[in-house]
Design a protein around this ligand. Structure first.
Ligand SMILES: [Zn+2]
Length: 281
């Protein structure tokens, strides 16, 4: 699943390719990807004639800023975008392409999704803040937005263990299975530690690790895992810097102990049993 660094890499790669393009036609061949109360044909027609002014991101959501609404796109497991200049548009639509945005200059943006879990929806220009408030989306993982006092206060009210709490997007946005494992390793916190019981020094390390890991991963173009690639079809390189994710039975880069893999909330979880000691209080 693309996490924040991958979605940010897609945003940066895609925006210059589609900026100021006017939509001539939208073709949808898998209607369930479109989240709307409108008839599908009305939804498609609502986009015709609109121009893409910018491509934004909030957490793992891509936000196409159009002339009179936003198109919000969540890639979930396997969603991808491919841009084709007019001369390179494939003659036959690829099997897993489910939505095509055809621009007035005959270039096209294709949404491709093998597992069809991704979703798109339109919201009004004035509804962006309330849309994400309703989803209880936490702050972006930056020093400007992600404040440690607020983080500590929220943690003190969460009974579940820290890994699933961080995956919820409520404490902070952008972490998925890969980066949670990397962050907890860097912060030397066992993934099953109760969120409520984290000490202030653990919270400080965790807060720092979240900002640090996600910003370094974004700079590296994200991680190429399984089928993820960015908008150009290029691969990110952050997987070369993974310390624990996918390293089961390999030596910990800090202490040499074998990395263990356990299941936490049904998610494969990698950690060093020596660096990340579980302390029950
Ligand atoms: Zn270790």
């Amino acid at each position: 699943m693309p996490e924040l660094p991958e979605v940010e890499t897609i945003r940066q790669g895609l925006e210059p390719l589609i900026k100021e393009k006017a939509i001539a036609l939208v073709d949808v061949s898998w209607p369930r990807i479109i989240n709307t109360e409108l008839d599908l044909s009305d939804w498609q027609n609502a986009l015709v004639g609109q121009t893409i002014h910018s491509l934004l991101r909030r957490g793992k959501y891509l936000i196409f800023q159009l002339s009179n609404c936003y198109l919000i796109s969540h890639l979930r497991m396997e969603g991808k975008y491919f841009f084709y200049p007019a001369s390179e548009v494939p003659l036959v639509k690829e099997k897993h392409t489910h939505v095509r945005f055809i621009f007035k200059d005959h270039s096209e943006l294709h949404y491709h999704d093998v597992r069809k879990f991704g979703r798109m929806e339109l919201i009004g220009l004035e509804d962006l803040t309330s849309y994400f408030q309703l989803k209880k989306l936490g702050p972006e993982p930056t020093t400007e937005s992600f404040k440690i006092n607020n983080f500590a206060e929220k943690l003190s009210r969460i009974k579940k263990s820290i890994k699933p709490a961080l995956l919820d997007q409520y404490l902070v946005t952008g972490l998925g299975n890969i980066y949670v494992d990397e962050v907890l390793f860097q912060a030397k916190i066992h993934p099953l530690t109760s969120s409520q019981q984290l000490t202030s020094s653990q919270i400080k390390r965790l807060h720092h690790a979240i900002i640090d890991v996600l910003s370094r991963a974004s700079e590296a173009g994200g991680s190429s895992i399984r089928t993820y690639r960015n908008a150009y079809g290029k691969e990110g390189t952050f997987q070369q810097h993974h310390q624990v994710y996918g390293k089961e039975n390999q030596p910990c880069p800090i202490c040499g102990t074998s990395i263990e893999k356990i299941s936490v909330g049904q998610r494969g979880t990698h950690f060093c049993p020596n660096c990340q000691i579980f302390e029950e209080k």
